[in-house]
Design a protein. Structure first.
Length: 506
């Protein structure tokens, strides 16, 4: 897992590294600038045929750019150092590094004849606090004119902790980030403005785990978590899943969650369904068992069905509750009583949130090993937030509900998907693709998570693995079939292959 740093984390790490005597601030800057230059030489096509401009601000980020320019010169690259102010020449760096004066230019003196193949953005760094106006806005617009753009540490114009734009931002193709990725590179506009994020080691002292609150999940993390089946496995040892889902007009959600739970490797599935809809379920769920319950032709399960539903819950080792269920108050009462009295590990999704919203159920009533899987709209209704507030700063919104979860796991759907673990840490799963933005894919995700939970993965690991595998299946469709036209049922068929691809890559 890769630590993801807030602005405060990054500043503490700088200070800790320097104060410990491990590396001084000038040495960190030396390493950062040299790494940028080395990246350019090693990763950019035909580097010695490129005409490069490095645009430097006044702070440490600008210092990284000055050092990078020095090394590009040493390597034989045609590099120009563009300073925003002539006062920057007073920096001690110009006495430490022999930079030829004819390679230095000033933004105010630029003419329309200045043409470069690549711009390296070294203007602001992580410390942006205000909207960008005036000359600095013009500087960023100048950088964005180039066909190839590399940002140093974080694209100038992004707020480090939110990924929001301060009026205008560099649109980088690549961001070379120092030591660890930053929160803003995963959120909001930061996803597109950062381009490909490349992490380089500049020699930071080891980071303190207690200071870390967020991590990025990669393929190796998932491969290391996956279990192999023991030779003695049988259907009951792989987990009994009980599902409450589906109502009139919403049977598809129940079918998708069943199929995806099965494809994720659980042993046996039973689903409580309204008797009036049983034929629809029976036709599609050839690998699951339906428990038809007399609904008096209402088309949804209701409080009168509690005894029969409780029998299913008692049989199951884990429950999946919500996809396609009715929002009728009778159905909400049924869900509430089942969850309060059974205490089975549960994946809660979709209509399963309605009792929390209406007040019939509190988070503290949920089984301890519950995984909530809302999207931003559902999250906002459950916890009483403004949806725009959550969208603007989802990481902070997730931190605000850690105490309310009290050890339960929450998965906030989106790009990235954010998992709030039982310990209150945040995990970012960002291998997704916009092709997943279609109805029913959330039901598939819920099924995968439930299938994993039944196989005795922890709630945290079930959410993390499920999110990654779900996204990987979407990527496979996009890469192997089409960039257009995915529907949720396509994902179901790709789940086993997605698991295998992760195992093969490890």
């Amino acid at each position: 897992m890769i630590p993801v740093l807030s602005e405060d984390n990054a500043r503490k790490l700088d200070k800790k590294t320097a104060s410990s005597g491990h590396l001084s601030e000038p040495e960190l800057m030396e390493n950062a600038g040299r790494k940028v230059a080395e990246y350019f030489i090693e990763k950019v096509s035909h580097p010695f045929k490129q005409k490069v401009v490095i645009v430097c601000g006044k702070g440490n980020n600008g210092g990284d750019g000055i050092v990078a320019h020095y090394y590009l010169q040493q390597f034989g690259v045609d590099s120009t150092l563009l300073l925003i102010s002539k006062s920057q020449l007073e920096s001690d760096l110009f006495s430490c590094y022999a930079i030829e004066s004819e390679t230095i230019k000033y933004f105010d003196d630029l003419t329309n004849n200045e043409k470069y193949d690549c711009a390296i953005d070294s203007v602001f760094g992580i410390g942006l606090k205000r909207e960008i106006t005036g000359k600095y806005r013009d500087v960023i617009q100048f950088i964005n004119l180039h066909s190839k753009i590399i940002a140093v540490d974080i694209a100038s114009g992004l707020y480090c902790d939110t990924g929001k734009i301060g009026g205008v931002s560099v649109n980088a193709d690549v961001t070379i980030t120092m030591g660890y990725p930053k929160l803003g590179q995963f959120l909001n506009d930061g996803i597109t403005c950062s381009g490909k994020v490349e992490i380089v080691d500049i020699g930071f002292k080891d980071i303190d785990d207690e200071d870390l609150t967020a991590f990025q999940i990669d393929e190796n993390d998932i491969a290391n978590k996956l279990k192999s089946y023991p030779p003695s496995s049988h259907k009951y040892s792989r987990g009994r899943v009980g599902i409450l889902s589906g109502s009139i007009g919403m049977t598809g959600a129940g079918i998708l969650v069943n199929q995806s739970a099965g494809r994720s490797g659980c042993g046996i599935i039973r689903t409580a369904v309204p008797m009036s809809l049983n034929t629809i379920f029976e036709t599609s769920l050839v690998n699951s068992i339906t428990n038809p319950i007399d609904d008096k032709s209402r088309g949804y399960l209701n409080f009168d069905n509690y005894t029969k539903v409780k029998e299913l819950a008692d049989w199951a080792e884990i429950l999946i509750v919500g996809p396609g269920l009715s929002t009728e108050i009778d159905s909400q009462k049924l869900i509430s009583r089942v969850l309060i009295e059974t205490k089975k590990p549960t994946v809660l999704d979709a209509s399963g949130f309605e009792p929390l919203v209406s007040g019939l159920l509190k988070i503290s009533d949920l089984p301890k090993q519950t995984i909530l899987t809302p999207h931003i709209g559902e999250y906002s209704r459950i916890f009483g937030f403004d949806a725009l507030q959550v969208k603007d700063n989802p990481a902070e919104a997730c931190k605000l509900i850690i105490e309310k979860l009290d050890g339960r796991t929450l998965l906030l759907k989106g790009n990235p998907t954010i998992i709030v673990s039982s310990s209150g840490k945040l995990y970012f799963v960002n291998n997704g693709t916009p092709i997943l933005a279609t109805a029913g894919t959330g039901d598939v995700l819920t099924g995968i998570i439930g299938g994993l939970l039944a196989q005795q993965y922890s709630a945290d690991d079930s959410a993390i693995i499920g999110a990654f595998v779900h996204a990987e299946a979407g990527r496979m469709f996009e890469q192997e079939i089409s960039q257009i036209g995915l529907v949720a049922s396509d994902l179901v068929e790709l789940i086993p292959e997605a698991f295998q691809r992760i195992l093969d890559a490890s």
